[in-house]
Design a protein around this ligand. Sequence first.
Ligand SMILES: Nc1ncnc2c1ncn2[C@@H]1O[C@H](COP(=O)(O)OP(=O)(O)OP(=O)(O)O)[C@@H](O)[C@H]1O
Ligand SMILES: [Mg+2]
Length: 503
Amino acid sequence: MDRFVLVTKKLSKRFPGVQALKDIDMEIRGGEIHSLVGANGAGKSTFAKIISGVYKDYEGEIFINGEKVVLDTPQKSFQYGISVVYQEVDSALIHYFTVAENLLMSSVTQYGSFVSQKKLVKIAKEKLKSLGLKLPFDLNTRVSELSVSQKQLLLIFKSLIHNSRLIIFDEPTSSLGPVEVEQLFEIIHSLKERGIAVLYISHRMPEIFTISDKITVFRDGRKIGTFPRDEVTPDDIIRYMIGKSSQKIEISSKEMSNTPILEIHRKSDESQKLVLYKGEVLGLTGLVGAGKTELLKEIYTGSKDLKVALDGKEVRIKTSTDAVKMGIYFLPEERRKEGLLIKENLIWNMLLPSFGDFANALGFMKDKEAAQVSKRFAEKLRVKFADLRQRVESLSGGNQQKLIIARWLIKNELKGARVILFDEPTVGIDVGAKEEIYNIVRTVAESGIGVIFSSSDIDEVLKVADRIVVMRDNKFIAEIERKDFSEEKILSLAAGRHEIVKN
Ligand SMILES: Nc1ncnc2c1ncn2[C@@H]1O[C@H](COP(=O)(O)OP(=O)(O)OP(=O)(O)O)[C@@H](O)[C@H]1O
Ligand SMILES: [Mg+2]
């Protein structure tokens, strides 16, 4: 297997105002798991998109199995055996089609346009069998009924059916929990055994060090180097990524205040209650689907089943507007869907809930002040941008996320919050900026408000929280103080491998 599946020479790509990639030389072998890392905006997705035929106007050369190719359409890349599993798996599948239809999609026409579902299932089964693959769900299921990780699996199997040589994963685990990540890794290992090359893009350092044979680092559109996994440490990689050592936060158990700021009781189940104290960062964790997002949404948009008290007084929240008025802010998980205005500029996106504070007596925006605040927060969160007035659709994924975090931090600075609910705040955000966000979250809490930090990434909850509540099947199942934190314990609680533990 000493052949290079993919070689690029001096690969470059410019967007208006930014050189996204410059002179990238890459070599990826079959049977190799090759990670690609870099800060937000470093050019990772741009590289993946060029290789998958999305951009026609790249410069430089691409070789597949030694043959020089021009990858100017996604179809062409697919024919050369390149497939991509994007984070937004949804866009790559047709929801109202069945699993079998999606699996055979690009070849459906080859079987005639009126093939029965039964026949498709039969063909799909045979194809899977001949490759030694077995899908853990029914081929007749509609894609809309699958979970994110099942959809990913479907995409991976689809690429295998179509003879993939190189599979690119662009942040595949950002909506997966620890158990699903384990499953994905098993699959990636079996791809490796089949001699397939894997390009793995991620911000999760522990994952990168678990899975990679080699690690390539990009910084500001350039390649810093490719390193065998065993010859570098995570600290080295972070230094190459951001050009300096990362400043880690050290948190020790602190004397917690015992003034509750937010109290929640579930009316339908007396045993279900949660108290958030003043100045506290409460980590809320559990597997994907454990009910964390639902709970936060219930708090923020109101629920008949929840009794909520703020500063000791019962409050009635009916809509998110009520919540914001009371000083309860919420950073949603699905930021691209629920919060971002991608056709608008950075200032708009950061100041959306704060416009009132930037209007003069006549209702016109105070442009200069608005720009100043936006700039300060964009820099604080290390957003990589060319112009505050560019549309946010031209920012990289992670940089888009940061704007929504900035939005609520700005609102908090202008009109002090009582409680901030963060739902998966660091998904897609690079290591350097993550540490920055942990610091900000800690500082914000210390100013006397309450923070719920919800995340399926147990490592980061252990880092940032004063106390952790574990959820499973829509219920709080354990509450752990900082001095008793243990990754193993939390993981087994979350996965249901333990009996319920009350401390
Ligand atoms: N469609 C576009 N128009 C203009 N600029 C773009 C476009 N897509 C990406 N860019 C710019 O190219 C640079 C590289 O972006 P890219 O999406 O490749 O980063 P990334 O490494 O994938 O980052 P992240 O970790 O945040 O996903 C960024 O400066 C980004 O703003
Ligand atoms: Mg990206």
